[in-house]
Design a protein around this ligand. Sequence first.
Ligand code: FAD
Length: 468
Amino acid sequence: MGDNNHFDLIVIGAGPGGYVAAIRAAQLGMNVACVEKDDSLGGTCLNVGCIPSKALLDSSELYQQATTHFSHHGIKASGVELDLKAMMARKDGVVTSLTRGVAGLFKKNKIQHVVGMGRVSGVGSVEVTGDDGSKRTVTASKILVATGSAPIELKSIPFDGKHIVSSTEALTFTQVPKKLLVIGAGAIGLELGSVWSRLGSEVVVIEFLDRILPLMDREMTTALQRSLVKQGITFRLNTGAQGATIEGGRVKLSWKSGETTKVEEADKLLVAIGRRPYTQSLGLREIGVAMDGRGFITVNSHFETNVSGIYAIGDVIGGAMLAHKAEEEGSACAELLAGKAGHVNYLAVPNVVYTFPELASVGLTEEEAKTKHGEIRVGKFPFTANGRARAMDATEGMVKIIGDAQTDRLLGMHILGARASDLIAEGAVAIEFASSCEDIARSVHAHPTLPEAIKEAALAVDKRAIHF
Ligand code: FAD
């Protein structure tokens, strides 16, 4: 090694894209440094994204079950109380254990965590500025940018971190807001809206479009919306947020729907309208790295930018802004850098919304399948007809499978129901293996389990479901 400032690969950003790329590259024999501005590794996903939100979703679901659902099972629970401080402490504990786990993996794989803000100061060199202003330059023949994304702010409704907040602050409220307004009916808005609704907030979701979750299958999102409304969440669709003021510690949001303009008050306003690529102070423009109109870094099929030796993966290159997509790109990029055949099958990337019921999908929506394949066959199976769902008292939702009418190839799988996030793995594997719907229909599924609903939906593609 000799020079401890020179590496085979420098990864900037230790989110799921960056840390996985660093580990895979180290496994393949590279000497790797990972520049991360935060002390805590794991990026958005582990610190302020997937993990803390799921910890709160799981806790709030248990609270809701205890207060509303245990009696269905013949369990009398009295005196159930929310201890928000303890709930938040548990969430923080989960985050700490996982971020420390990544630090342990870095140690095991001899990856150097260089703490500080990285700036690409030239091809092959990264200047790292520490919190105290100290500077260090590290060099490598290859630089991988995995700096992720940040919440988008509305110009007319800027974040103040207290009343008008992003998802980051909505994960750390110290009191349950009496009323929470959410702008944006995407996954993050619906998940955090669900958390606070379950814990007692009146939640109103404001969405500019005429539907929730616009990229997912419409039939399934309509069913999910119905369910969320039943749980007490209000939706104002076709509604544009116009501006907000803070008066007497409350937010006043003005919105417009058709000809109606209104001012709605709440304790907190969560703006969850999407995320933008995070390339602040990275120095990429200065060295001519191409980006699209929205600031996403442009890469070729090998994740290389137009500047030789500089690569990018994860949220910062756009596409589905999901942790597992970033991870797959991290692995594939490291493999390509090592001269192997790295590849990501974007059609087989599942997408999950962790509401209750959960909504999970992989492959094409019914609308996309019709446009791309013409004739399709659709099989559906409701959880009301699944024995395990009945035993669990979780009969809401259904499985929908879409196949090509000519070839029977599986084109898409959509699941609305309890544990849909776990169930969708079967669809992802089936799409990866280019399975037919009949392949799934003929596979033995254990009884009684929720996945039997997948088998039945696959049978229904051929109009021969047994139990419905
Ligand atoms: P990031 O995770 O954003 O990591 C980038 C890292 O780079 C950060 O640690 C940052 O500090 C560092 N960095 C940036 N610039 C510099 C610099 N110049 N120098 C040094 N370090 C730098 N996805 C899912 O798949 N499932 C979910 O359930 C899910 N839930 C989510 C819930 C919420 C509330 C949010 C906000 C996001 C959620 N996501 C979820 C999205 C997921 O978190 C992201 O897609 C994922 O983290 C992207 O990974 P990444 O490695 O590209 O970037």
